[in-house]
Design a protein around this ligand. Structure first.
Ligand SMILES: [Zn+2]
Ligand SMILES: [Zn+2]
Length: 239
């Protein structure tokens, strides 16, 4: 399976990532992808950029070093109501959006009810394209509800290469992805692939994702990041 799009990566403006847009694009191209999404952390993440950063994406060329760039955001899902940390008009203006729960940015208790509800509410926002790393063992998720809501709302679920890294700080990610991918197969729900890279060398590198998809015998037709025509309809740039 050839993955041609990385739908989740960060540059230096995220505050705990270390490469520039050009560096990310250059390594993405070297690592063989055709599309790279730069999805900086939303403003509620400590050290990340403010809303004004996301307002000026028009100046950024969408092609560098022979690959296409998608400029976006990784929104913080703030609570069980699924609220996120950018203004609706700005979210709509992004090429691509990921929404994720990060422990320091979530104000409710990490019960299965709260976490699942947060994802469901976020997925009902038509301008949230992707749910980032729904794999963290510290946050219990009702995977059946997650997968069926993704189908209903046409939101992509991400398989996150960084979560699968042996040094990942998200416990049980692989076990949780096996549950999620089984349900995705059963309900025919597509997934996307994000490296969540915070350094240029990792842009577009999917070895742990590839290994998992193979292990789960996951069908290529359900991996939208193997063909931009499959990915495009899910993105804000088509809405
Ligand atoms: Zn980060
Ligand atoms: Zn994240």
């Amino acid at each position: 399976m050839k993955i041609i799009a990385d739908t989740h990566a960060h540059t230096v403006v995220s505050g705990h990532a270390y490469s520039t847009i050009r560096e990310m694009a250059k390594y993405g191209a070297e690592n063989g992808i055709e599309y790279l999404a730069l999805t900086e952390h939303g403003p509620e993440m400590r050290g990340s950029c403010k809303d004004i950063y996301f307002m000026n994406y028009k100046v950024i060329p969408r092609e560098m070093y022979g690959i296409k760039l998608l400029m976006g955001v990784e929104l913080n899902i703030l609570n069980a109501e699924g609220d996120v940390d950018l203004q609706p008009e700005l979210i709509k203006a992004m090429d691509i959006t990921v929404a994720s729960i990060h422990i320091p940015c979530f104000s409710d208790e990490f019960t299965m009810g709260n976490v699942t509800n947060a994802y469901i509410k976020a997925m009902h926002n038509p301008y949230i394209n992707i749910i980032g790393h729904p794999d963290d063992g510290r946050m219990p998720i009702d995977y059946e509800a997650l997968v069926t809501t993704a189908k209903e709302t046409k939101t992509l679920l991400e398989v996150n290469n960084s979560s699968l890294h042996p040094q990942s700080f998200r416990p049980n990610a692989k076990e949780n992805y096996k549950i999620m991918l089984d349900l995705c197969k059963q309900y025919e729900v597509p997934i996307t692939t994000g490296t969540d890279s915070h350094m240029d060398v990792d842009a577009g590198r999917f070895e742990f994702t590839q290994e998992l998809l193979k292990e789960c015998d996951f069908p290529e037709e359900l991996v939208v990041s193997t063909d931009f025509e499959k990915l495009r309809p899910y993105l804000n740039l088509s809405k």
